[in-house]
Design a protein around this ligand. Structure first.
Ligand code: ATP
Ligand code: MG
Length: 432
């Protein structure tokens, strides 16, 4: 779990509670410990797990030893500091040096709290970006990229990664598990529908939202713990690390047929809040998506910080990314709008096609309706037999389906290098 740590003096409890509520409304997890000498270990531990520290700057906190210790610990860990001034305290010595240079917001500013929360949210998103692999064209490699590129990311660059199968065809899930395992998981609501509606993994007495196509449950629910919802793909015998999957299912198609707009809006809200919460447990969240524009597309676009669109070197794919860019710009409000990166997939390994070369030099920017040449990743994914779908075998663990871990074989090395190069380029983009 990662959270924003709030360093405060015991005298500022009201300000602390107000801040806590404001963060909660934005689904940002926070943590604070009683400001007394006895909680030092607990405070240090929570600071080590935090993605940022908010310091409530007040006349009493600038004199507090434990606030000073919090800030020292944060500094040693290279943690982002976000001070927030709540009274007319004057900073001297240590605070003047370590805290004042970061101070930008105060409770006397009309939108001080809003700005504080917005900056905290931006730090939270950077800690765990959300990426949607999407193209409004089928068969371009969305599922292959979702599994193989991000599997290679986890294997070579590390980090805790969550894959979410948001396509009602659930091919991503079938990349790792046999059909009957995938279906058994969905039958227990240990699947993607539990991001949208209260299900049996949230409460024993709940009914399964997958069983009823005609009703939508708008009851709120707390996000299920990892062990109840996620499949650990890096199981026994694997090189380790965390790569999890929320498995897919056909039943999320029901939202495409729903006519109750108000209920759909609530369900989307639950989905967005739940995914926001899961950012605290991962360093990257990736959605594999369906090829047609639906309610699910909107959900993915609203939660994503970046869209990764695989495309083939042909005009049909070009049309798919043109439509995708149009949907992003016309349907998603500016403040929620994700960035768009495009990846050439299934390119000839030996030579660059003339289509690819032309796309890179800007020839198709007009046809695409945006600067396609600038959105293209430099790395591309070659066409390779190693990336063709194979049904998982009964005796093979999920992680063995990943090309990065699948053993030896002719031609594997260059494919692995390509997968790693794409992962590295994406990571660099996200950190920029
Ligand atoms: N680089 C590649 N080299 C060889 N085969 C590939 C490559 N990328 C994808 N494929 C194969 O192409 C087919 C389509 O890929 P994939 O299922 O990933 O596409 P998709 O965009 O997810 O499709 P859908 O729109 O149906 O969800 C699969 O059989 C896959 O194995
Ligand atoms: Mg797919």
């Amino acid at each position: 779990m990662s959270h924003v740590f709030i360093s405060h003096s015991a005298k500022d409890f009201d300000a602390l509670l107000e801040l806590h509520e404001a963060l909660r409304a934005e689904s940002i997890p926070d943590w604070y410990v009683p400001n007394d000498g006895g909680s030092r270990d607990l405070a240090d531990q929570s600071i080590d797990d935090a993605f940022a520290m908010i310091i409530l700057v007040s006349a009493s906190s600038v004199r507090s030893k434990s606030v000073r210790k919090d800030v020292e610990r944060a500094k040693a860990r290279g943690l982002k500091l976000i001070p927030y001034q709540i009274d007319k305290a004057r900073m001297n010595g240590f605070f003047k040096h370590e805290v004042q240079p970061h101070l930008r917001y105060s409770s006397t500013m009309p939108d001080g709290m809003e700005k504080l929360v917005a900056e905290t949210k931006a730090a939270y998103k950077r800690k765990c970006p959300v990426m949607a692999v999407m193209n409004l064209k089928g068969g371009v490699g969305k599922t292959t990229v979702s599994s193989q590129v991000f599997g290679a990311w986890q294997g070579s660059l590390g980090g805790r990664i969550l894959l979410i199968d948001l396509d009602p065809q659930y091919n991503l899930t079938q990349t790792f598990f046999e059909m009957d395992i995938a279906d058994a998981s969905a039958a227990a609501d240990k699947s993607v529908i539990s991001l949208f509606e209260r299900s049996r993994i949230h409460a024993r007495d709940a009914s399964s939202p997958a069983e009823s196509w005609l009703t939508l449950s708008i009851e709120p629910f707390a996000p299920a713990p990892r062990e109840k919802l996620m499949h650990d793909l890096m199981g026994e015998g694997s090189p380790g690390g965390r790569l999890d999957l929320i498995s897919g299912q056909f039943e999320i198609s029901k939202y495409a047929f729903a006519t109750d707009g108000a209920a759909l809006a609530r369900i989307k809200q639950h989905f967005l809040q739940t995914v926001e919460r899961y950012r605290s447990e991962y360093d990257l969240i990736v959605f594999d998506t369906n090829p047609n524009a639906t309610f699910l597309t909107r959900c993915a676009l609203e939660v994503a910080d970046r869209v990764l669109a695989p495309m083939h070197s042909d005009v049909y794919s070009l049309r798919g990314v043109r439509l995708l860019n149009q949907v992003i710009n016309e349907q998603i409000e500016p403040e929620k709008r994700p960035d768009l990166s495009i990846l050439f997939n299934a390119v000839s390994r030996s030579e660059q096609s003339s289509f690819e070369a032309e796309a890179r030099n800007g020839t198709y920017d007009g046809k695409a309706g945006f600067a396609l040449s600038k959105a293209l990743l430099k790395a591309a994914l070659p066409r390779s037999g190693h990336l063709q779908v194979k049904a998982p075998q009964e005796d093979q663990p999920a992680w063995k389906q990943l090309v990065i871990h699948s053993g030896r074989g002719g031609g594997l090395k260059p494919i692995r290098e390509s997968l790693k190069a794409i992962a590295l380029e994406l990571k660099t983009l996200l950190e920029a």
